[in-house]
Ligand binder design. Structure first.
Ligand code: ATP
Length: 946
């Protein structure tokens, strides 16, 4: 395409001339031409500006409060003439910074990979065929098909519009939809955004359908020109990250105070040399600072997000993972989420007959039977009008399997696709129907109207009209708009009795969980005053009236097989499931009962109309009990969500349409459908389900709960080692130096960075515990670091480690001949070989006890053996690493000097090897007692209830 054509003022041309100006046609480009244009003009991509430079990201790991403190401490060590210590502290800082950067990098990679899993698509016509292509493959000249909720991915000129309205807020900031038309625009003084026949990349279709020819792509689009303005938005920190940041800062300050306190106490009561006291206080500071906590949390969130994506839930922000963990109510729609969305018409109903339709799925194999005989539509006028009306008023397409024995699939709405199948089973060919009665206009389906209309030009007049409107939709709506009815192959006036018969038939099907759609028509006679002359003036108000009711198409949409178990899991997990559907009450309750959402005899069924009349107080009262919302308009979801939130619930809500966006945004977790959802809903949501399946929401909640539990587990592990690191120093202080410092500063650093890091990371990767969905949702206000967790870390696990490490120290002293009453080895000189061995034992004991502790941390109350003691590969690697490290630094002389260690004997290792089982046995005993008490309590409560 020439450059000149790109700059043609396409808005001034008539729709027909737009095609030639852009060197394309209503049948679209050919595939080869599209490829040639892409080779010339490139892909339709907005180049993203580089985010924060990696160098800056790397450096930021060395400039936060904790790091600054360590830089300063190292510098003081140099000034004080302790270069070894200075180097060690700085090394700690460097290792920690690199480690954090690496974790952030991996977390970033994980979330970037996720973004790629949510590609944008566009529907186009190429080679005369409707196709779904990647939005990045659009080229100028492509004919785009537009439907409600579609994101527009390139600048384009409208060539056909059916009530087309577009939300241009990304460009103009104005969120009211703007009407778009296909007519030429000759006004000069309109801005681009004001021009009614131009569409822009980055905007979305809020109503209607249409076609448009792409004029500009990528950075040439209006959006591309302003893209740099919107790209600098940083992802906000999650509440968990904020909480952790705050906690880390608090602990850092606390550690610094402890260090200064210990230094002063030492100078007052022990009177060590200044240098020794400084080294030792510095050790305290480093011991208590929880290095690596924040990046480890970020990484575990990112890993959880990756695991969720494998279970069909794409979480768009790390924040959502924690919210998922505390979700207490799921508001879900029915069709496609709880049910399979594989519609099959199994009954047809007219006032005169009831027909059975055989065959399942979209394969046009089966027949229509009445009273046991096959019926062809050409011999039954009412049946012919019913199935042909349904098929003509459908935008779906059936795709035949490519290989023999394959399944038929559909392009478009399954509710519409099954109407094509029923027509075929009745002996009609939808393609021939379309050819003989071409569609001239469409009034697209809207959830609010619950119906859709197509207008066709007929070759044979129907009731004296050459143009007819076929309307299909919710039976109550269609009946309400019908003044006449087909009965026994005649058109008769609609009466109350007929009304009642239709309602009874509808209810009988709906009570069996079947979905019912009514079909009607209206002859648009030229002498009818109420029919507008110009087709562009056709609106739902002036077309969808005075209808002739034809009959019902009854379809089955069975529940997804895995949903009942997922609903039961929610019940155990204290999560309520509320169905909010656009479908009929009886159908909704029948399905809800089948999958266990309602159990009571008389659940409350609230229709959209009833809700409209209800006050918020009444609604909240109803929300306290078992309730199903039926015939709801998408906008009404928002009200339910708001009221649940006011009741203190954390709400997840599902949605797929444009009008679901406010509810999706308002909910704590907005869940969009990946397959049937519109682009607009996906954009508004926090999570996208790639299989549209309710069970995937429950899996995601399970992962959300697990990740939170894992973060607690590694906090417990990291914090608990502070005690055995601090107690030896406290003993030294309190004994006034009579117990020589059992653990040197370099040894504390070894534990903190050398041996604690990897197993802690392993804890972040623990799979969910079996009972994670047997507990009530977490209170979102509960802080991460609770008093209970601190007690368990410091007074439980920590104290155990401290006792063990001091025992190892004393063991080494006694082994060399020390007895109570005698001065200990090492008093007055830190070069005493017995003393060096004793500190080595103290260090090794802490490391070995931590092996037991990391296994203890893997479960909260269950026995770790029930999970498989060595089933977490990451932890096993961490354990092997820490044991190797300890052997390494005790065995080789250069390391012995730096770390103040000496080789250990066989007997020492026997002692050390007893520690992990000992630590494990103590905690396993406690967990067993806890479980026993809990079971007894539950039994007692159960007995009392009985
Ligand atoms: P859910 O809200 O659980 O997804 P739903 O598909 O029934 O269920 P909506 O999409 O809001 O909800 O549709 C509301 C009603 O409109 C349907 O129950 C049906 O009667 C009617 N309907 C649905 N799809 C179409 C369509 N393509 N054409 C005409 N009427 C439709």
């Amino acid at each position: 395409m020439s450059e000149a054509t790109a700059s043609v003022a396409v808005q001034r041309l008539t729709a027909d001339r737009v095609f030639s100006a852009l060197e394309t046609s209503p049948a679209g480009l050919t595939q080869s031409e599209a490829e040639a244009r892409q080779a010339r003009q490139g892909k339709n991509l907005i180049q993203t500006e580089k985010r924060r430079s990696p160098v800056l990201a790397f450096l930021s790991n060395f400039t936060h409060l904790m790091a600054c403190l360590l830089w300063a401490a190292g510098a003081i060590a140099f000034v004080a003439g302790l270069p070894e210590l200075g180097v060690a502290v700085w090394l700690v800082n460097v290792i920690n910074g690199c480690f954090s950067f690496w974790q952030e990098y991996r977390a970033g990679k994980a979330t970037d990979a996720l973004k790629k899993m949510l590609p944008s698509y566009a529907s186009v016509i190429r080679d005369g065929q409707e196709q779904k292509i990647l939005a990045e493959d659009l080229v100028p000249g492509d004919v785009m098909l537009l439907a409600e909720g579609d994101k527009i991915s390139a600048d384009a000129r409208v060539v056909r519009a059916n009530d087309l309205q577009v939300n241009q807020s990304t460009l103009t900031g104005e969120s009211n939809p703007v009407r778009k038309t296909a007519d030429a625009v000759l006004e000069e003084d309109l801005t681009q955004a004001e021009t009614p026949n131009l569409l822009f990349a980055g905007t979305s279709v809020s109503e209607g359908t249409g076609r448009a020819v792409v004029t500009r792509i990528g950075m040439d689009t209006e959006f591309g020109k302003i893209a740099h303005l919107t790209q600098n938005m940083e992802e906000a920190e999650s509440p968990l990250q904020q909480q952790l940041n705050r906690t880390t800062r608090q602990i850092t300050v606390f550690a610094a105070c402890m260090g200064v306190g210990f230094f002063l106490l030492d100078q007052l009561f022990v009177g060590s040399e200044f240098a020794a006291a400084f080294i030792f206080s510095l050790g305290m500071v480093v011991a208590f600072i929880p290095e690596g906590l924040l990046p480890t949390v970020t990484l575990s969130l990112a890993m959880a997000v990756q695991r969720m994506s494998k279970r069909n839930a794409l979480v768009k922000k790390l924040n959502s993972v924690e919210t998922l963990g505390s979700t207490s109510v799921i508001c879900t729609d029915k069709t496609g989420t709880l049910t399979q969305n594989e519609m099959t018409v199994n009954h047809l109903w007219t006032v005169g007959s009831e027909y059975e339709v055989t065959g399942v799925g979209y394969a046009p194999e089966g027949e229509v039977r009445a009273a046991g005989h096959r019926i062809q539509a050409i011999y039954d006028d009412d049946l012919r009008l019913l199935v042909s009306g349904g098929a003509l008023c459908s935008n779906a397409r059936l795709i035949a399997p490519e290989e023999e024995g394959g399944r038929y699939t559909v392009l478009g709405d399954p509710t519409e696709a099954c109407l094509l199948v029923s027509a075929q089973k009745a002996g009609l060919d939808p393609a021939e129907l379309e050819a003989s009665c071409p569609r001239v206009r469409e009034l697209p389906f809207e959830s609010r109207r619950k119906r859709m209309t197509t207008i066709h030009q007929l070759s044979e007049p129907l009731e004296g009209a050459r143009r007819v409107a076929f309307v299909k939709g919710a039976p109550s709506e269609i009946v309400r708009l019908s003044t006449r009815c087909r009965a026994y192959e005649k058109t008769v006036e609609m009466t109350d009795e007929l009304h009642e018969r239709i309602r009874a038939a509808n209810d009988a099907y709906a009570a069996d969980g079947l979905r019912v759609l009514a079909v009607a028509y209206r002859p648009l006679r030229t002498d009818d005053e109420s029919v507008p002359r110009a087709m562009s003036a056709y609106t739902p108000e002036n077309i969808e009236r005075d209808l002739v009711f034809v009959g019902l198409e009854v379809m089955q949409d069975p529940p997804r097989p895995e949903v009942a178990a997922a609903v039961e899991q929610c019940r155990r997990a204290g999560i309520r499931v509320i169905m909010i559907t656009g479908d009929y009450g009886l159908t909704a309750v029948s399905i809800a009962r089948r999958i266990g959402i309602v159990r009571g005899e008389h659940p409350r069924v609230v229709s959209g109309v009833e809700l409209e009349r209800m006050s918020d107080a009444e609604l909240r009262e109803i929300l306290g009990g078992e309730v199903v919302f039926s015939r709801m308009a998408p906008e009404q979801k928002l009200r339910v969500v708001e009221n649940l939130q006011q009741m203190g619930e954390i709400v997840a809500v599902t949605g797929d349409g444009v009008n679901d966006s406010p509810a999706l945004k308002k909910a704590d977790i907005g869940v969009a459908m990946g397959v049937t959802g519109t682009d607009v809903a996906k954009e508004a949501a926090d999570m996208v389900l790639t299989d549209d399946n309710f069970a995937s929401i429950v899996h995601a909640i399970e992962e959300g709960r697990a990740v939170y539990a894992n973060i607690r587990k590694f906090m417990l592990y990291i914090l608990n080692s502070n005690m055995p690191e601090a107690v030896p120093s406290a003993v030294y202080l309190l004994s006034g130096g009579a117990v020589p410092l059992p653990l040197t500063t370099m040894q504390i650093l070894t534990i903190d960075l050398g041996t604690d890091m990897l197993p802690a990371l392993g804890l972040g990767c623990e799979a969910p515990e079996a009972d994670v969905m047997d507990r009530p949702p977490r209170d979102p206000k509960e802080p991460l670091l609770t008093a209970k967790l601190m007690r368990k870390a410091f007074l439980g696990y920590g104290l155990m480690g401290a006792v063990v490490s001091m025992a190892a120290y004393v063991f080494a002293q006694v082994e060399a001949g020390w007895l109570p009453g005698l001065p200990m080895f090492g008093v007055g000189t830190d070069a005493d070989p017995v003393y060096v061995r004793a500190t080595t034992m103290c260090l090794a004991a802490i490391v070995f006890a931590q092996i037991g502790q990391v296994l203890n941390c893997r479960t909260e109350t269950a026995s770790v053996f029930s999970r498989g003691l060595l089933s977490n590969r990451h932890i096993n690697v961490g354990i092997v690493f820490e044991v190797c490290l300890i052997v390494f630094i005790t065995l080789f002389p250069p390391f012995q000097q730096v770390f103040h260690t000496s080789p250990l004997g066989l007997f020492d290792y026997v002692f050390l090897c007893c520690l992990p089982p000992l630590v494990l046995a103590v905690e396993e005993g406690r967990k067993a007692v806890f479980r026993l008490v809990r079971r007894r309590r539950a039994n007692r409560a159960g007995a009392e209830e009985r």
